[in-house]
Design a protein around this ligand. Sequence first.
Ligand code: PEP
Length: 248
Amino acid sequence: MTRKLVAGNWKMHGSRAANEPLLATIHQGRPYDCDVAVCAPFPYLAEVALAFAGSELRWGAQDCSSHEQGAYTGEVSAAMLAEFGCRYAIVGHSERRQYHGETDEAVAAKTAAALANGITPIVCVGETLAQREAGQTEEVVKRQLAAVIHVNGHCISEIVVAYEPVWAIGTGKTATPEQAQAVHAVLRAQLHHAASEHAAAIKILYGGSMNAANAAELLAQADIDGGLIGGASLKAPDFLQIISAAAR
Ligand code: PEP
């Protein structure tokens, strides 16, 4: 069985006063029998890195530029992140697709930039409620992942995939374990086609209102290899409970 990964996505939340006790509690609870990472806003990454220094806990960014360097005001390159020991970068989160117009091609290019700099991209895919209701879930997630495979096929075994149904993010509505597993199985088959024997080892996380109460059941599904956790990663007891559900 693959060692699970629980990654917190703080989104645009946090403050120096709130971060410190949260990070200290996560650090105190270790060692964990799963991989644990925190993806924080850029200004807080140094604080997370310092809090986790010398431990197996990892940290990541919530985005990275597809460009190496240059006149791209406001962007942060994967090379800059790598200089500080960044392990993960979330790419293609639905909030970036929705509010920043990120296309499948842009997400594929960001994935390539992360990989080129030794950062594991957490590639997010997921359908909207309208797409699910129109029976397009499979088609949408396959199209999103195919764009990433098209550009990064040679090193596709290095990515982490996160299935995040858009209708479940921040809404309190979670996909049922069966709904999530069905999509994860589709993604696994697609990865198998692209990476044959390596596909089983590629982590496919579920994200979308995962919390202390529903984590165990979701994480027990055959193709769910961990969680990408938004709201619940900001509350230490909830995040620790999800981690212990993943470590079972
Ligand atoms: C996310 O933002 O990646 C996410 C899964 O959020 P939430 O857990 O709050 O639904």
